[in-house]
Design a protein around this ligand. Structure first.
Ligand SMILES: NC(=O)c1ccc[n+]([C@@H]2O[C@H](COP(=O)([O-])OP(=O)(O)OC[C@H]3O[C@@H](n4cnc5c(N)ncnc54)[C@H](O)[C@@H]3O)[C@@H](O)[C@H]2O)c1
Length: 261
């Protein structure tokens, strides 16, 4: 029997077929889950996301526009979701933003206030904003699983990751505080810390070639992470198999985070 039969949820962050969110949705759907999808507003963004969702083989997909930087958009997206589905079993947060001008190696100390705050707003605060809207729907569903994507640059300095590392540290900590507050409603909140994957977002980070090379030579598994590796972890987190797991950061990076030198 499929692990996620009867589970329904919202996947935020599919820009194209390379997005981590796409691989996560692929894994969830393969295990019987039904998904709605949130994308950045605008015709071009909708078209891009729709094309990627078509590749997932979802008939008549529910697509909702949401600029997660706007509270009213988050409200509207969850309202739209609730018009189509009467339960919310999982929420996938797979979005991040930082001005690429400040993601160059050696540029961290020059990051302007506005760029710093924008990175934390979109990449970290939005998890709280979405969790708040998800809370009632999940509670009515008997609980739920919220997951968000992070990277090792939250824990250690990765040259070029810069302000995004600060935002990811805030994201990981936000997940722990949310987990503590929402656990009484059987809502679990976890982070998947994924390895480097070539995507639109990761192409903005300086020094990514080095990250790719390090994965091949230093990672215990001697390979880079694949989307399906993270998809598999997401299936486990959305399923009842992980019912006792919350507030955790789970590394899916072929082990590279365990290597010191
Ligand atoms: N690719 C990697 O190497 C890697 C590694 C670890 C973690 N991550 C994380 O995975 C997540 C997904 O990134 P990805 O690599 O799949 O890249 P991606 O570019 O495919 O996805 C990023 C998504 O963020 C969305 N987004 C940006 N600003 C938004 C806003 N204001 N409102 C709503 N959506 C917004 C974009 O539309 C896009 O869908 C991010 O949190 C990223 O930091 C990526």
């Amino acid at each position: 029997m499929a692990l996620l039969n009867a589970k329904v949820g919202l996947v935020v962050g599919i820009a194209n077929e390379r997005s981590y969110a796409w691989h996560i949705a692929h894994g969830l759907i393969a295990q019987g889950a039904r998904c709605a999808f949130a994308h950045l507003p605008g015709e071009k963004n909708e078209r891009r996301t729709r094309r990627a969702v078509d590749e997932l083989g979802v008939a008549d997909p529910v697509l909702v526009p949401m600029d997660a930087g706007k509270d009213e958009d988050i409200d509207a997206a969850f309202d739209r979701y609730a018009q189509s589905f009467d339960r919310l079993d999982f929420l996938v947060h797979s979005i991040a933003y930082a001005d690429r001008d400040w993601l160059a190696i050696g540029k961290f100390a020059q990051t302007p206030r506005q760029a710093y705050l924008a990175a934390i707003d979109i990449s970290a605060y939005t998890l709280l904003g979405m969790a708040r809207r998800a809370r009632d729907l999940m509670a009515r569903s008997g609980g739920g699983s919220i997951m968000a994507m992070s990277y090792y640059g939250a824990q250690k300095v990765v040259p070029g990751y810069n302000v995004m590392g600060v935002a990811k540290a805030a994201l990981e900590c936000t997940a722990r505080y949310l987990a503590a507050e929402l656990g009484g409603l059987k809502i679990r909140v976890n982070i998947i810390s994924g390895g480097y994957l070539r995507t639109l977002a990761s192409s903005a980070v300086g020094g990514v070639d080095k990250m790719e090379e390090l994965a091949l030579t230093k990672a215990p598994l001697r390979r880079g992470v694949e989307g399906k590796d993270v998809g598999g972890a997401a299936v486990w987190l959305a399923s009842d198999l992980s019912a006792g797991v919350t507030g955790e950061t789970i590394y899916v990076d072929c082990g590279i985070n365990t290597i010191g030198v």
